[in-house]
Design a protein around this ligand. Structure first.
Ligand SMILES: Cc1ncc(COP(=O)(O)O)c(C=O)c1O
Length: 436
């Protein structure tokens, strides 16, 4: 950082920006994916599922090859491709037999689907709070909301940090609960040598464009349980039509959906998996560089990594030091002004922003207690009071402490990160101007 940069007038007050050029976009698609897609196009068969008792009930060649590759990479007995993580969460909850009257413990700090999926089966999401430093569900908070109706926990490896699987498995065993791991943000993360995706009973990845690897839209479920795998496959492909011919006797939640992934998406998802390790290595490298450049920057604490874990750094969640009496929101606005305009993600509040997404219980569906249908709405009868600050740690993180950024994606070069660090330092040196 040069003194001339830090002494210049802040961009938010009309001075020159530290950087005007856009940052390199997060692009992971290349020649391999193009060739794979062409192969599918040449075959003329863009999806090859059948809704009858036939090997193609499990999809076409590309879907099955993709699933085999994912199962083998993760060391899972089963990988099942679906058309999104959201549909994967629904299939997972259906597979474990969730129904009306059941309660499912969820986090208040995630993309909304992590908490709303139980509603599709008429079950009630019950919010627990998160760990203040790791951001995943807090085991103590989980225990505090268990009732006789609790059947499962949907737990998110938030920002790429694996959840506290040892503690939460012990709770689940004690109360006979299933664990659905939403690992949308953590492909390749590990805990004590075990890969995220296999830390619960069913793991669900996302392959939407924003993720480490993607195929446009898509999801992959992992499980080592043969029965759950079969039930997921049924829910994915109109279960009701095939249960008799397939000799399925447990009809609970066997009204299925079309959650099928196409051959094109599967071909891309297969290619992308081969890139995961090198993309992760780059992310970790960028994190290390950013953290080394920010060492000594007293206003931000870099993210902790759980003991025994490797982090996948979907984003890089830092904590704002409130003791320094500088307003986080005003400060980050000034840093944003120093950098090139962000597109799209910034509007969603992710590239560099204060907090992540609003506590889920503050969304209109929860506030107004309206979700599914006119009567027996699981939100109308939920015992939690969504109008209060249900999860104080989530509220504190979102409204006061968390600063989340994506300047650690593999497309970022060291010189790009230098600009970000310079922007932080320039604003910090002139922070007194922000109060004026
Ligand atoms: C933690 C988490 N869960 C669920 C989802 C939903 O994934 P999809 O868009 O594949 O349905 C996302 C996507 O942003 C996510 O980050």
């Amino acid at each position: 950082m040069t003194t001339s940069t830090t002494k210049q007038k802040l961009a938010i007050h009309g001075g020159p920006k530290v950087r005007s050029a856009l940052f390199p976009a997060h692009l992971t698609i290349g020649e391999e994916e193009k060739q794979a897609v062409n192969k599918v196009l040449d075959s003329g068969v863009l999806s090859n599922y059948l809704g009858t008792h036939h090997e193609n009930f499990m999809g076409g060649t590309f879907v099955r090859e993709c699933e085999q590759a994912w199962a083998s990479y993760f060391g899972a007995a089963h990988a099942l491709a679906v058309n999104s993580n959201t549909s994967g969460l629904i299939a997972a909850l259906g597979a474990i037999g969730i129904g009306p009257g059941d309660e499912v413990i969820v986090t208040a700090y995630s993309m909304s689907a992590s908490a709303t999926a139980p509603l599709i089966y008429g079950a009630t999401p019950v919010f627990a709070d998160v760990e203040p430093d790791m951001f995943c569900l807090d085991p103590n908070s989980i225990e505090a909301v268990i009732t006789e109706n609790t059947r499962a926990i949907v737990i998110v490896d938030l920002f790429g940090q694996p959840f506290d699987a040892n503690a939460i498995r012990a709770i689940a065993n004690k109360h006979n609960l299933k664990i659905i791991e939403d690992c949308a943000q953590a492909p390749g993360a590990t805990l004590n040598g075990k890969k995220a995706g296999l830390l619960g009973d069913i793991g669900v990845f996302s392959l939407n464009y924003h993720k480490h690897i993607h195929c446009g839209e898509g999801g992959i479920l992992l499980t080592n349980d043969d029965d759950l795998a079969q039930r997921i496959a049924l829910i994915r492909n109109h279960a009701e039509s095939v249960v008799e011919s397939m000799g399925v006797s447990n009809l609970e939640n066997m009204i299925g959906y079309n959650f099928r992934m196409t051959e094109i998406e599967a071909a891309i998802a297969h290619c992308q998996l081969k890139k995961l390790d090198s993309l992760l290595e780059k992310r970790r490298d960028r994190v290390q560089y950013f953290e080394s450049k920010m060492a000594g920057f007293e206003a931000l604490t870099m993210p902790a990594v759980r003991e025994g874990a490797t982090h996948a750094y979907y984003t890089h969640p830092c904590l704002w030091n409130e003791d320094l009496k500088v307003n986080r929101d005003v400060f980050i606005k000034a840093v944003q002004a120093e950098l090139a305009c962000f597109e799209l993600r910034e509007k969603e509040g992710v590239k560099l922003n204060v907090g992540y997404v609003r506590p889920i219980y503050s969304l209109a569906a929860f506030q107004q207690r309206v979700s599914m249908g006119r009567s027996h709405d699981p939100l109308a009868t939920a015992w939690q009071d969504f109008s209060t600050s249900l999860c104080p740690v989530v509220e504190n993180l979102h409204y006061r402490q968390l600063v989340v950024h994506e300047f650690i994606v593999p497309s970022m070069q060291n010189s790009d990160i230098d600009d970000v660090v310079n922007a932080f330092e320039k604003v910090w040196e002139q922070r007194d101007q922000l109060l004026a």
